[in-house]
Design a protein. Structure first.
Length: 103
């Protein structure tokens, strides 16, 4: 574990995590980017872990490395869409369609 700034550490793969939580900085970045969730709401949504200071540290770290985080979030979104498109005609969906359960 390598602390890079207060409340934020990097794992062996270089992923940023919030101290004393099981939350990655990229998760906070995604909540900020896609939902425009306020820091106080993030604390509430995660049942007080991380605390407000940790959320602000994660957001600061995200903004300091925004290009890298946004590129990874874009990659994840593209992968999600690719997998979703592949599964639109899966055997299970074809069966549900045949049964009239889905369009």
């Amino acid at each position: 574990m390598t602390h890079v700034v207060p409340h934020i550490w990097l794992d062996d793969r270089g992923r940023a995590w919030i101290d004393d939580t099981n939350i990655k900085v990229i998760e906070v970045a995604a909540e900020w980017r896609y939902q425009r969730m306020h820091p106080e709401e993030m604390v509430y949504q995660h049942y007080g872990k991380p605390n407000l200071t940790q959320v602000f540290a994660a957001l600061a770290y995200y903004h300091d490395h925004r290009d890298e985080f946004d590129a990874e979030l874009d990659r994840q979104e593209a992968e999600h869409e690719r997998l979703r498109a592949e599964n639109l005609d899966s055997p299970g969906r074809r069966k549900l369609r045949a049964m009239g359960k889905i369009p």
